[in-house]
Design a protein around this ligand. Sequence first.
Ligand SMILES: Cc1cc2nc3c(=O)[nH]c(=O)nc-3n(C[C@H](O)[C@H](O)[C@H](O)COP(=O)(O)OP(=O)(O)OC[C@H]3O[C@@H](n4cnc5c(N)ncnc54)[C@H](O)[C@@H]3O)c2cc1C
Length: 515
Amino acid sequence: MKITVLGAGPAGLYFALLMKKQRPAHAITLLERDGPNDTFGWGIVFSQRTVEVLKDSDPDTCAEITRRAETWDDVAVVHKGQRITVGGNRFYGIARITLLNILHRRCLDHGVEIRFLTNVADLSELGPSDLLVGADGANSLVRRAYADFFLPLVDLRQNKYIWLGTEQPFEGLTMGFRQADAGLFITHSYRFSPTMSTFIVECPPEAWLKAGLDRMSGEETCVYLAGVFKAELQGRSLRSNNFAKWLNFPLVKNKRWHHRNVVLLGDALHTAHFSIGSGTKLALEDALALAGCFAEHRTVEAALPAFERVRKPIVDEFQQAATESLTWLENVGEHLGLDPVPFAYRLMTRSKRVGYNRLKQKDPAFIARYDRWRQEHPSTGAIPEEFLDLFQKRTFAHLATQMADGTPHVTSVWVDYDGKHVLINSAKGRLKDRNMEQRPHVALEITDPDDPNRYLAVRGAVAEITEEGADEHLDKLARRYLGRDQYPPGWKLPGEVRRIYKIAPERVTPWAPFR
Ligand SMILES: Cc1cc2nc3c(=O)[nH]c(=O)nc-3n(C[C@H](O)[C@H](O)[C@H](O)COP(=O)(O)OP(=O)(O)OC[C@H]3O[C@@H](n4cnc5c(N)ncnc54)[C@H](O)[C@@H]3O)c2cc1C
């Protein structure tokens, strides 16, 4: 098979390597605009799990990567000047250029042709091939050329970020939150060689403009940010390289993954926010999955649909976690008032992939500190602190009320919490309204829309029913559930009178056994 791969990043290189190993007869050409020693950014991170996947698929590459990588177990959270560490998170940090050079060598050793310094401006420049792989990154030319078929969605996120380097050797993956005069700045930093660390900074656009970062040179930017993060950097400087510039993170998705003999891979297909450090992992695993589909199905016609079928659910799940993480960081202002320990807990659980139980397994000492903090600061309401997020998203509750004949009645409702009562908003005269007015005992099951295995079961009684403020409350709910400023007036029945039902919880059962 004649295979052309556009882009020699991790996805393109690893796919070419695995295909060539699978069938040395394949003629594989990689086209790359950069030279073999050019790259953007500094270092990247892999988790232990990724390393295990690589070990199974190509032990030699994996051995080389782990030999050259820095390792650590802690995530450190710096908030209000205090450093909280959470252990049990084995990570590997490696310079992006080192990773690429390892893959270059492996590809060349196996007979893959890599044409460096070859910028492809138009796909018509490419000769015919049996398979064209668009592994050309987040701004993919292949994706744009076939946009009518791939149906891409590119959501540019609000925060500005820049990828810098420093000689400060960070211990563990450090996330620092600093309030400067201009606003909030967040760093994600980690060591990727004995002498160098990656230092990514992100900030809301308001802080970026107020600080004048839109007008600063690379050098001025480094000086400014080194001042903001003086404590984390212990006075060391920041460095930019030729590729350093402020960007908005593009959240890329594609409705379709392949068209005829063309397929997308890695960032061209999907991006995952750097705060969960999984972009390179996803790129390499895509390559592995696509090569696996060719091993099983042989033909392009069969392998490409199989790739989408097998891989998409996994990628969707990761993107969901990464999106949770980036959204949390975009809205971190809501959490900045917290003490460092509960703040670190919220940060560690932000992607919803890890919860209390998993954290306890990873680092019992951290959870003991968190539990101590909870005992010293008992929740003023009945809903546990770590389940309050359910009232910040589009969570539907199932409300059970009792009919006059004693039989149950269940409806799906929007749900809110005022710190003391669970709030439901409905209309006078409806069945549930009459039930709650006459028989105030109710039960609710409030399920996390992102993880149906996580829910709150609440039993209690309606303490108050009020019409006061009910329309405003409904508008507030519409902002969360519909993304609209106002509940659509056309959705109300003529003469509808809205009511708020304040349910005092008597028994609350939080359920999240698998996280
Ligand atoms: C700030 C930041 C931090 C990150 N940190 C991490 C991390 O810690 N861990 C992690 O796993 N991931 C991280 N990532 C993500 C990671 O860099 C990407 O997800 C990963 O590089 C994707 O690999 P890829 O091969 O799909 O694309 P890329 O690495 O982008 O490679 C695409 C290649 O295609 C080439 N190319 C593009 N267009 C053309 C063209 N027209 N002609 C010729 N060549 C072309 C480019 O030069 C490039 O070499 C981070 C990303 C950012 C932005």
